[in-house]
Design a protein around this ligand. Structure first.
Ligand SMILES: [Zn+2]
Length: 117
């Protein structure tokens, strides 16, 4: 449940429309703070890293249903969700929250795993 957001980091071929690459920015779930993905191998480990990536990619994200949002619209949405529930250790299995996600220095939730979509 929820809505996944993506940024096109490499556009498809303008001639044939093939190729291209989307990066998974994260997931919006009702009642929870936005959960950002992370790409440690690319140095994307915080919401501000994502801002930079989205800017470089042209300033837009899209959701899994094809909706397009500007960087500003997207972060407005994320901001509004920052008042929502924050998961506690009890919401995860034994070992708690730590193996799955953390808060970046601005308080945004960042996932450590890729299997949360
Ligand atoms: Zn082509």
């Amino acid at each position: 449940m929820g809505t996944n957001y993506y940024v096109t980091v490499e556009p498809p071929c303008p001639t044939c429309g093939r190729g291209g690459e989307d990066a998974h920015v994260g997931k919006s779930s009702a009642g929870w703070r936005f959960l950002f993905a992370s790409y440690r191998d690319r140095g994307i480990i915080s919401a501000s890293d994502w801002k930079e990536v989205i800017e470089v990619a042209g300033g837009f994200v899209h959701d899994e249903y094809g909706g397009k949002l500007s960087l500003e619209e997207f972060f407005d949405k994320v901001e509004r969700k920052q008042d929502s529930e924050h998961p506690t250790n009890e919401d995860f299995g034994p070992g708690g929250r730590e193996p799955y996600e953390y808060d970046d220095e601005e308080g945004y939730r960042i996932s450590r795993t890729f299997d949360f979509s």
